[in-house]
Design a protein around this ligand. Structure first.
Ligand SMILES: Cc1cc2nc3c(=O)[nH]c(=O)nc-3n(C[C@H](O)[C@H](O)[C@H](O)COP(=O)(O)O)c2cc1C
Length: 164
């Protein structure tokens, strides 16, 4: 069975994590786009409220066929100590019965642990089994630093051992 990394990224940090991860563990990559405008200060506030309330959003692609995948990574940014709405919506639209999942979140400083916990609850409710998870505190780290942190996490958590 193959491995896929599903991710949402507003400002491309989680995207960098996902791309680095995909090349380190040999996985396919699928980016989920949020069709709601999340730019600007007003939308930042609204996005935090959406995250806290777990408001659904419109994502693209709408349907993701996971039949050929045994291991699924799901990752996104921390918003107000919650998963971004695109991640909540994505999990609710995926068929995860019998799948192993590895969950990850990026964050500026704090709240990521609650994000993983909520993603775990939601994926397990859909029949998945969380086999690992990790958080990346990105703050204002450079792209090079983020790549190094991902490579270190892959090694520390033995991630290439899953999904084979
Ligand atoms: C609406 C919103 C709320 C956020 N809330 C948090 C938070 O509670 N804790 C935190 O550490 N970072 C928070 N952040 C920062 C992002 O989690 C962080 O910058 C993340 O790595 C960005 O990932 P991305 O570039 O893939 O979108 C927030 C960002 C946005 C846009």
């Amino acid at each position: 069975m193959k491995t896929v990394i599903l991710f949402y990224s507003r400002t491309s940090k989680t995207a960098l994590v996902a791309r680095t991860l995909a090349s380190e563990v040999g996985a396919d990559l699928l980016e989920v786009t949020d069709l709601v405008d999340r730019t600007g200060p007003w939308n930042y506030l609204k996005s935090s409220v959406d995250a806290v309330r777990e408001n659904k959003t419109k994502i693209k692609p709408e349907n993701i066929d996971l039949t050929s995948y045994g291991l699924i990574y799901i990752g996104g940014p921390t918003w107000a100590a919650k998963p971004a709405p695109a991640i909540i919506t994505l999990i609710d639209q995926c068929h995860l019965q019998g799948k192993d999942v590895i969950l990850f979140a990026t964050m500026g400083s704090r709240g990521g642990r609650q994000v993983i916990e909520r993603m775990r609850e939601k994926t397990e409710a859909r029949g998945a089994r969380m086999v690992s998870s990790f958080l990346l505190k990105i703050g204002n780290h450079s792209y090079e630093e983020i790549i190094e942190e991902v490579k270190q996490t892959v090694q520390d958590r033995d991630l290439p051992l899953y999904g084979i």
